[in-house]
Design a protein around this ligand. Sequence first.
Ligand SMILES: [Zn+2]
Length: 81
Amino acid sequence: MSESRQSKWMKAHIAQGLCTQCSEPSVNGIFCLRHFIKRRELMRRIRGSKKRYKGAYSYNLQLAQRTAQTLQAEAMVSGLP
Ligand SMILES: [Zn+2]
């Protein structure tokens, strides 16, 4: 049985360090941050999780990105005359 076109595309993206959903640079080898979070929330819904493991890699990345965005926004605001 031959490998599907989609499967080849995903493997090529993983080999190049890109997201398998959208071709952005990946953060965990498979997904970009956006799709990493999307997958986490999907799996939470499927499993019916009540608690959140706040030390998990995706939460740390999310927090780091938010902090960077906040600092950038503050720099822009303070940079105005
Ligand atoms: Zn993506």
